[in-house]
Design a binder for this molecule. Structure first.
Ligand SMILES: Nc1nc2c(c(=O)[nH]1)N[C@H]1C(S)=C(S)[C@@H](COP(=O)(O)OP(=O)(O)OC[C@H]3O[C@@H](n4cnc5c(N)ncnc54)[C@H](O)[C@@H]3O)O[C@H]1N2
Ligand code: MOO
Length: 433
């Protein structure tokens, strides 16, 4: 296995690298080089594979569908009997249901009653849906002129997937649709990359766990719940630790323990420059720091680096993301920067998240020189176009605003004040957030 580049090698390659003043594009470029996809894989039953990542290209062992079949409940016949401007009278010669095959032979002027999904008998290529037909007194099926073309309502063998063709590429996330597709190929098991292990703990002397009695000056640990829930939605294995006090020795012990158990360590708090903010010093002592300040709001103090865990065979160590303590800043940095890096590490093929464009209903003051993420509420205007307004006060401790919002308005690095009515980009919270 080739070793990932060192942080200083990556830093040398990046133009304008400054660990105290990274812009969001620089962070993404840095992470794209720092983060390496997992290699180890395992075989799982389909029903245990939701949200895992396919470890190899998958070639279809069969045609799907396996036979030409009917797309409608109706009557199957040979389409060459259709003539422009002429109706058709067909005598019913039998019936074929889904799961059965028709053995007999049809004469000209004959049809078969056929059900959706039933195999098209040899020589028959066209199906008329029953509601488009009438019957005469003898029970024969009548088609009005110019009702359909030959070949109508027939699903072709292999029209979904062809035997021997690539059905799914390595790196595909196993969504509900992907699991269904694997099942449609008759596969009961699938080879997936192992689950990414992510350790998390909050830091701070003031942090109380829910259930503990309130104390003057203390705050309840909401970051543990937002961060770990976001991680679980991502499908990683979460290793949660109790909150750690603002004490260099305790922080160092917790980081070392986490790095030996996980591929990635995420913390919150202590990332800034206050007297009790020890994260950067400990990261420097236990590994390497890539950067610790980003030109973004919220989320300016976020430390990224690598902890050397000293385990044989794991020379790369664990990545560290030190999220800022403010609850909204922790969520925003996780969603905007950490999540794409984790997906890459999980082996997912790069699929940039599309931004939606909506008219901003209010003026948003901004200076060029940093990226801002404002909590937004996107809705459909009376004329059908998309509009977005903010949730109001954008303080990075106002966690309730993350519930009101359905996306983040992204004000890019070079962007200046947005006037009411101007279009803005929005990163939507899809089901993952
Ligand atoms: N002189 C400066 N001060 C600050 C700067 C700066 O650049 N210069 N940045 C500000 C920004 S922006 C943020 S964000 C915070 C982040 O600081 P820390 O990561 O060191 O976080 P703390 O100081 O530990 O906590 C900040 C805030 O968040 C609350 N908190 C912390 N952990 C949790 C948790 N697990 N659950 C809920 N709430 C939590 C904490 O009580 C504080 O109120 O620094 C600014 N200062
Ligand atoms: O990250 Mo801080 O919360 O930007 O304000």
């Amino acid at each position: 296995m080739t070793l990932p580049p060192t942080l200083s090698q990556i830093a040398e390659r990046l133009q304008g690298y400054d660990p105290e003043a990274m812009d969001v594009n620089g962070v993404q470029a840095f992470l794209a080089q720092l983060v390496q996809p997992l290699q180890e894989s395992e075989t799982l039953a389909l029903d245990a594979a939701l949200d895992r990542v396919l470890a190899q290209d998958l070639v279809s062992p069969i045609n799907v569908p396996a036979h030409d079949n009917s797309a409608m409940d109706g009557y199957a016949f040979a389409g060459h009997q259709l003539r422009p401007g002429q109706g058709l009278r067909l005598r019913m010669a039998g019936r074929v249901l889904a799961g059965a095959t028709w053995q007999g032979e049809l004469q000209a002027g004959e049809c078969l009653r056929i059900m959706t999904g039933a195999v098209m008998p040899p020589g028959l290529d066209t199906v008329v849906p029953q509601e488009l037909t009438t019957q005469d007194a003898d029970g024969a099926i009548l088609l009005a002129p110019d009702l359909l073309q030959p070949g109508a309502n027939r699903r072709r063998c292999g029209e979904d997937l062809q035997q021997g063709a690539l059905a799914m590429a390595q790196g595909e996330r196993l969504t509900p649709a992907a699991l269904g597709l694997l099942a449609s190929l008759g596969l009961a098991q699938v080879r997936v990359l192992r689950r990414l292990r992510v350790a998390y703990f909050s830091t701070g002397d003031e942090i109380l766990s829910p259930g503990e009695a309130p104390r003057a000056g203390a705050v309840y640990d909401s970051n543990r719940y937002t961060v770990c829930a976001l991680l679980r939605r991502l499908g990683v294995e979460v290793i949660e630790g109790p909150p750690v006090r603002d004490d260099p020795a305790q922080l160092s012990a917790a980081l070392t323990r986490a790095a030996s158990a996980a591929d990635v360590v995420i913390t919150s708090g202590g990332a800034s420059t206050g007297d009790a903010d020890h994260l950067r010093q400990q990261l420097q002592r236990l590994g390497e720091v890539a950067f610790w300040r980003i030109a973004m709001r919220p989320g300016r103090p976020m430390a990224v680096g690598r902890l050397v865990n000293g385990q044989a065979g794991d020379e790369a160590g664990a990545l560290l993301f030190g999220l800022p303590g403010n609850p909204v800043a922790a969520m925003v940095t996780l969603i905007a920067l950490v999540r794409p890096a984790l997906l890459r590490m999980m082996g997912c093929r790069a699929r940039p998240q599309p931004l939606l464009r909506a008219a901003c209903s209010e003026t948003l003051h901004k200076r060029p020189g940093r990226t801002e993420y404002q909590r937004g509420i996107v809705s459909t205007a009376a004329d059908g176009s998309l509009q977005v307004r903010t949730t109001g006060h954008q303080g990075s401790g106002v966690l309730s605003s993350m519930l009101q919002a359905n996306g983040l308005i992204v004000l890019h690095h070079d962007q200046a004040t947005v006037q009411a009515g101007d279009p803005v980009d929005v990163l939507m919270f899809d089901g993952a957030f």
